[in-house]
Design a protein around this ligand. Structure first.
Ligand code: IMP
Ligand code: MG
Length: 169
């Protein structure tokens, strides 16, 4: 049985469409993309190569999951952020489940920096979750309740290196 949910080529094609949209939406704006580590590294690297407008990058380590369950509290591995004066922030994450991680991270940027805007871009979002705490501006794919790994997504820090996204069993 095929466990592969999205192939590398499918992900790259969809990433190109999102990059095109970002190029339009942030034209003439000072943009900083923030990689939410560790999960977004693979998607982030592919996405930024397809962005053609001037931009900067930064990274922030954030965690909330152990195994296949959210711990319900969001831990930042770095406390002090740059001030990002006059810049527009786009947070990039692997998957939006409850939205807790991205909501807490968005609030951290709004409260602790001078950014002009804070939006988010996710590789995956769960379509059945009706109680999302945050709606991302860009979503590559919607998935159901299955736990997935690969392309940056982990189960206890493993499988991030798979070149596609597959269902974890
Ligand atoms: P949220 O805070 O509930 O939105 O959960 C988002 C975080 O949970 C992501 O950044 C992932 O680290 C993790 N996560 C949620 N679902 C999955 C999954 O199916 N596979 C791997 N990690 C997941
Ligand atoms: Mg994770």
């Amino acid at each position: 049985m095929d466990k592969i949910l999205f192939s590398e080529q499918q992900i790259l094609d969809r990433t190109q469409l999102i990059a095109n949209q970002i190029n339009q939406d942030y034209k003439d704006k000072q943009l900083t993309l923030i990689a939410i580590l560790n999960g977004s590294v693979v998607f982030f690297a592919d996405l930024i190569k397809k962005i053609t407008i001037p931009m900067q990058i930064d990274c922030l380590g954030v965690s909330s999951y152990e195994g296949t369950k959210s711990t319900g509290n969001v831990v930042f591995r770095q406390n002090k952020l740059q001030d990002f004066t006059d810049r527009h922030i786009l947070l990039v994450d692997d998957i939006l489940d409850t939205g807790l991680t991205l909501k807490a991270t968005t609030e951290k940027f709004l409260n602790e920096t001078n950014a002009l805007s804070v939006n988010s871009c996710v590789l995956l979002s769960r379509k059945n979750n009706k109680h999302k705490l945050l709606i991302p501006r860009y979503t590559a794919f919607e998935i159901s309740n299955e736990f997935v790994v690969g392309y940056g997504l982990d189960y206890n820090e493993e499988f991030r290196n798979l070149p596609h996204i597959e269902i974890f069993r």
